[in-house]
Design a protein around this ligand. Structure first.
Ligand code: SF4
Ligand code: SF4
Length: 457
């Protein structure tokens, strides 16, 4: 269907657009890329180079414009207001109190707001956590695992590990009963420790909602050395502007197969003990994919529903493509719905499917994987075709490894039974295979005894 041009061009009113999405997941970065720590793998920090002369703080005028347009654009009962960084706590609490007030002013009858907030946790205190609780914020805390693993890359500006300060933030969030989840990157320091990292979150932190994202930092032959050194070359220097280019990766990046093993190890633990009690995003969305439903953009057929807003009102196609080529416009000039429904953004989303390699199109896991995120498509396929996903060997490994149990859980659901019944089924299989593993020893022992008896006879 052809898109109608907006009838009303005034930026202060909602355009009427055919085919406008009923909802989208916009990430707002009120401090842009500014952060109070200095994680070595964080390419977002370099984005300050895009705004060299601007103060990276969202003004109240932009804040009001953003919230109003976001609410106006949604026709769904729930509107997600997602705060990210850089580090959003650098905006101070007053800013978010104002944001909550503005949302109350514009919310439509029958609609509710869900605020989400991604933080490194370092600046959290009782006041912040009481505010989160009072306003039902869902807070994501960035943790990469136990102390040694976390501190490998999540360091402050003095290169000191941040583990203790992050755990202090977690304790405060728990004390106030804030809804929380853990966001853990999978990188070269933790890629061999999937089970250990998962058990740390579950048993030590008592987290029940965990999300894992692979670190894939691209570099070119020219940028690799400086990229490996933390993108700045030397302390105090400005970072190189990170763009999605190059076919090399930094030493901190997760290795493809190891990503698959990491997630498979977590799956093995989860499927035996935690189905229904611990929510692991990739596991949950994989099960959903067995019903042809995709709730995470990375494995959806197309993308484009997750634009990102910079402090000055600039809107980009995606958090991973904050580059001049992917700028959609500015909310002070154009209504965000017009930009989200624009031909440029539609093409960005559709390209994901249109640029699949031949190997992906033939792949037995295509309906689960959909070729992964376009930002990671810089490898060669098995046939030598460029534009194949760097993480493919890991995806294949993970989807193959989880298929028997995932199919069984999907079958349980189709019969109206809870998927956690899988744990009993697997327990029975494990017991049988233990018996079968033991049995050959009995047989061996029996055989050797027979032989011994025979030898003596
Ligand atoms: S480019 Fe990647 S991260 Fe961005 S919306 Fe598409 S799949 Fe999601
Ligand atoms: S597993 Fe690999 S080949 Fe299959 S769809 Fe995913 S990226 Fe493509």
């Amino acid at each position: 269907m052809k898109e109608r041009r907006p009838i009303i061009k005034n930026k202060r009113t909602l355009p009427v657009i055919a085919n406008a999405p009923p909802a989208f997941h916009l990430l707002a970065k009120p401090t842009g890329s500014t952060c109070n720590i200095n994680c070595t793998y964080c390419f977002f920090l370099s984005k300050e180079a895009l705004y060299p002369n601007e103060k990276s703080r969202m003004s109240h005028e932009t804040l009001e414009e953003y919230i109003r347009q976001l609410i106006e654009s949604h026709t769904t009962p729930e509107v997600t207001v997602a705060w990210q960084g850089g580090e959003p706590t650098l905006m101070r609490l007053e800013f978010f109190k104002k944001a909550v007030e503005i949302a109350k002013k514009y919310i439509k009858p029958g609609q509710s707001i869900l605020n989400t907030f991604q933080t490194n946790g370092i600046l959290l205190d009782d006041e912040w956590c009481a505010f989160f609780k009072e306003n039902n914020f869902l807070v994501g805390l960035s943790v990469d695992g136990p102390r040694d693993i976390h501190d490998a890359y999540r360091v402050d500006r003095g290169a000191k590990g941040t583990f203790d300060r992050v755990m202090n933030g977690w304790a405060l969030l728990q004390k106030h009963g804030v809804d929380c989840n853990i966001l853990c990157t999978v990188n070269a320091a933790n890629e061999m420790h999937g089970g250990e990292v998962y058990r740390f979150f579950r048993d030590e932190m008592h987290a029940d909602w965990i999300q894992f994202i692979p670190i894939v930092e691209r570099a070119t032959q020219e940028t690799l050395e400086i990229a490996n050194a933390g993108w700045a070359g030397q302390a105090g220097r400005k970072r190189l502007l990170y763009t999605q280019s190059g076919t090399l990766v930094t030493d901190r990046s997760v290795r493809p197969k190891q990503y698959g093993r990491f997630m498979s190890d977590i799956f093995d633990e989860w499927v035996r003990h935690d189905v229904g009690s611990v929510f692991v995003q990739l596991l949950d969305v994989t099960l959903e994919a067995y019903f042809s439903s995709h709730v995470m953009c990375v494995h959806s057929e197309t993308c484009g529903g997750a634009p990102v807003l910079e402090p000055n009102g600039d809107l980009y196609s995606c958090d991973h493509f904050v580059e001049p080529k992917y700028k959609l416009g500015n909310i002070h000039k154009t209504h965000m719905l017009e930009m989200v429904a624009s031909e440029q953004q539609r093409a960005f989303g559709m390209d994901k499917r249109a640029t699949l390699t031949g190997q992906c199109r033939q792949c037995e896991f295509l309906t689960l994987c959909n070729g992964g995120c376009p930002k990671d498509r810089f490898s060669l396929s098995k046939d030598g075709e460029p534009g194949h996903n760097y993480l493919c060997p890991g995806y294949e490994l993970f989807f193959r490894h989880t298929r028997p149990a995932m199919s069984t859980m999907a079958e349980l659901l189709r019969h109206g039974r809870p998927p956690f019944e899988i744990m009993e089924l697997i327990k029975a299989v494990d017991e049988r295979s233990t018996r079968n593993r033991v049995a050959p020893h009995y047989r061996e022992a029996a055989n050797s005894k027979d032989r011994a008896i025979g030898d003596h006879a």
